[in-house]
Design a protein around this ligand. Sequence first.
Ligand SMILES: [Fe+2]
Length: 227
Amino acid sequence: MHSHLLPGLDDGVKEMETSIAYIRQLHELGYSKLICTPHILSDIYPNSRQTILPKLYALREELAKANIPVKVEAAAEYMMDHEFAELVERSKKEDLLTISNQYILVEMSYLAASPHVEQIIFNLRMLGLQPILAHPERYNYYHHNFEQYERFKELGCKLQLNLLSLSGGYGPHVKKTGEKLLKNGLIDFVGTDMHHEMHMKMLQKLASTKDFYELMEGHEMLNKRLM
Ligand SMILES: [Fe+2]
């Protein structure tokens, strides 16, 4: 439910043939549906419905030609910056790229929390959407402010853990925080946040790691609601 597999839109996959190759490998790992969430980040990744949906349709065609039975959908990963705050204020629910018409994937900078984040969450809730905060374990400024994660949940925000965090791909502190969030029952969704070859290798390794299955045991994720 969080991946950068639509080619040429952001810092994820660049070419269609690479997208097909990765989706084939993810299918071999057991994935049957993927939601592609290109970044939307002001001038850096100025994506919209107009850039994202044609790529989704092209990808579906190529997957059909290659006989890969994986369903793909598209939404977006919105950076909660000033532009996004304004977009939410002037938008209707239908104008935004949502997941299952119910959720919207949002992220913050790794350097500092978004100003007005609570107002943005409130406005999204007023539109009838539930925000999913991407990779909360990667925001180092919250590592020693664990109550903030509970505060997000109180505000009606869902939390999505990156599987790559559990493999140690972003360092030991992110791994530890990810595990703690999971053990405290604060995680609602898991996602790959798949961008490139190194991520693919890490996901393959994680899928054969006993610790990973032990850690996930007893923690029911909401991903199945999106099937
Ligand atoms: Fe992402």
